[in-house]
Design a protein around this ligand. Structure first.
Ligand SMILES: [Zn+2]
Length: 253
């Protein structure tokens, strides 16, 4: 099944592996080595962000899965969304792949800049693969960029998500990469506020986001902002916060 998808995804892709960029004269979407690694990816279930009943990621955000996410998002290889959808479908527990596929909404400016959105592409591919309805019923207001922000910053200032169309009773909330889960939680809250009863979050990859050091400040407190020096009550805490090692960063969300 995956091999068939490799061929299908390759139609819209240049002749190079979507993960490692090795030339592929046969036109496959990914090389055999990367396919083996993707097949061996360990699905990650939970813990679910607030408002989400079940969170499933097809793999950790590393290795071939990370390269696949990057190829879709940054190299515009949208044909690989079919492969991502296949991996997500394989990772989803039996009986859970039902409901309406809803993409996690992108920031409007980012959607316009790219001309596409990875979550939309993967959600559409998943809907086609599993013969599910698709509805892009969420909108995201312009807000602070999530990429490059510390985990505490992301959690303290979550994205602003609203419902733009009718809400299905059971939603499969689809994204490419889960980082803190803040966008998934904001999306789930918006859906449940309009009557959605079940939310299952499905992502290609999940960033482990393990901090290398324990936090020095409470999560709810604003942390040091190198651009404005705003948000930290004392210079001492600014100094302490500024010396923390940078956490591993994941995708946009
Ligand atoms: Zn490869």
């Amino acid at each position: 099944m995956l091999s068939a998808l490799r061929r299908a995804a390759s139609i819209a892709a240049p002749p190079a592996c979507g993960c490692c960029e090795l030339p592929l004269p046969g036109g496959e979407a990914v090389c055999s080595s990367c396919e083996v690694e993707l097949r061996a990816g360990r699905p990650r279930l939970g813990p679910a962000p607030p408002g989400v009943d079940l969170a499933v990621a097809a793999a950790d955000y590393e290795g071939a899965a990370r390269k696949l996410a990057h190829a879709i998002k940054f190299r515009r290889r949208t044909g690989l969304a079919a492969l991502a959808a296949e991996l997500i479908a394989r990772a989803c527990p039996a009986g859970e792949l039902r409901g309406t596929a809803v993409p996690v909404p992108a920031e409007p400016w980012r959607r316009r800049w790219r001309g596409f959105d990875p979550a939309e592409e993967i959600a559409l591919a998943l809907a086609g693969l599993a013969e599910l309805p698709y509805r892009a019923c969420l909108r995201r207001a312009r807000g602070p960029r999530q990429v490059g922000r510390r985990r505490s910053q992301r959690l303290a200032d979550p994205p602003r998500v609203s419902v733009a169309a009718g809400v299905p009773p059971r939603v499969l909330l689809v994204d490419d990469v889960r980082t803190t889960g803040a966008t998934l939680a904001a999306s789930a809250a918006a859906l449940r506020g309009q009557g959605c009863l079940e939310v299952v979050a499905l992502t290609l990859a999940r960033s482990s986001h393990r901090p290398r050091t324990p936090p020095l400040v409470a999560p709810a407190r604003r942390t040091y902002d190198s651009a404005t020096h705003a948000g930290s009550p004392t210079g001492k805490e600014n100094h302490r916060e500024d010396r923390r090692p940078r956490q591993e960063r994941g995708g946009d969300r």
